[in-house]
Write a protein that binds this ligand. Structure first.
Ligand SMILES: [Zn+2]
Length: 245
C-alpha cells in the first residue's frame, strides 16, 4: 500500500489521496481547500509513486509552508472554491495551485478553473476570477437578452457588463443595456425579471404605470420577483459583495 510507505516519511505533511481516471501520472497539488493532495492515475505502481513523492520533498515543503503563511483577514479576502451560476445552472470548481510567480487563470474542460501562481496575492486572484466572470456574464446575459427580445419583440442596440454595486442594470435612450455581472448568481426567474425590466425600458424609459403594465405582460409575478431582487445578498458570494478592483 502506498499510504503505508508514505507514513514512513516523517517530513511529509498531512495529505489526501485521490485516484483520477484522467491522470496519466502522479500529480501533486497544494490548495487552500485540500492542503496537499496526491492524485494518482488508476493504474499506478506503488514504488514509482513513492519515489516520485520522495523526489518532490523540497517542492512539497515549500508550497505547504506558503499556505501556512497565509491567513485570510476577512470574508472579503477569501478565495472561492466554486462558482454557482444559479441563473444558468452552471457550476464551476476552482483549484489553486501554488507557485512562485504572479497568478494566472486558465479554464479546463469539465467546468474547472485553475489559478496557478502566488495564491497569497488574494486581490490579484480575485481580480482574475472577476475578469473571467465578466466574460461569462457577457455571453450568458447576452444570449438571454437576445432570446427574450426575439420571443417578445424587443429591440435593443447592445449590451455591456458593468461592476455596479447598487444596480442590477440600466437602459439608455439609445437602447444600450448595461448589466451587473452578478446577475448570473441569482435565481433564474429573478434574472429573467431583471432582463425583462431593462428590455421594457426600450419602450418606456421611465417607471410609469404603462411601464409596469408592460412588464407584467411578460412577467406575471413581477412584484414578487422585484422584491426578491432587492433581497439577494445571500445568493451573491461574500467576496463579491463589496469589492471594486
Ligand atoms: Zn428601471
Amino acid at each position: 500500500m502506498l499510504t503505508q510507505q508514505l507514513d514512513n516519511l516523517a517530513w511529509l505533511p498531512q495529505y489526501s489521496i485521490r485516484i483520477s481516471p484522467k491522470a496519466r501520472r502522479v500529480i501533486l497539488k497544494v490548495s487552500m481547500q485540500k492542503g496537499l493532495e496526491i492524485v494518482l492515475p488508476r493504474r499506478y505502481q506503488v514504488r514509482e509513486a513513492f519515489t516520485f513523492i520522495q523526489a518532490k520533498k523540497i517542492w512539497i515543503e515549500k508550497n505547504v509552508n506558503l499556505l501556512k503563511a497565509y491567513k485570510p483577514a476577512s470574508n472579503l479576502l477569501i478565495l472561492p472554491d466554486e462558482l454557482n451560476f444559479r441563473a444558468y445552472q452552471e457550476n464551476w470548481k476552482i483549484h489553486y495551485i501554488s507557485a512562485i510567480k504572479p497568478p494566472t487563470l486558465l479554464s479546463r474542460p469539465g467546468n474547472e478553473l485553475v489559478i496557478y501562481g502566488d495564491i497569497r496575492e488574494i486581490k490579484s486572484c480575485q481580480t482574475l476570477i472577476k475578469q473571467w466572470l465578466h466574460e461569462k456574464a457577457f455571453i450568458f446575459l447576452g444570449n438571454h437578452l437576445q432570446q427574450l427580445s426575439k420571443q417578445y419583440g424587443f429591440i435593443y442596440k447592445k449590451h455591456t457588463i458593468r461592476d455596479q454595486k447598487t444596480r442590477w442594470g440600466s437602459c439608455s435612450a439609445k437602447g444600450h443595456i448595461h448589466l451587473n455581472f452578478r446577475l448570473i448568481f441569482l435565481e433564474p426567474e429573478v434574472t429573467r425579471h431583471i432582463l425583462l425590466h431593462e428590455l421594457c425600458h426600450t419602450i418606456h424609459l421611465n417607471h410609469s404605470i404603462r411601464f409596469w403594465r408592460l412588464l407584467a405582460k411578460y412577467d406575471e409575478n413581477w412584484q414578487l420577483h422585484r422584491q426578491s431582487s432587492s433581497r439577494i445578498e445571500n445568493l451573491i458570494p461574500a467576496w463579491l459583495m463589496n469589492t471594486k478592483n
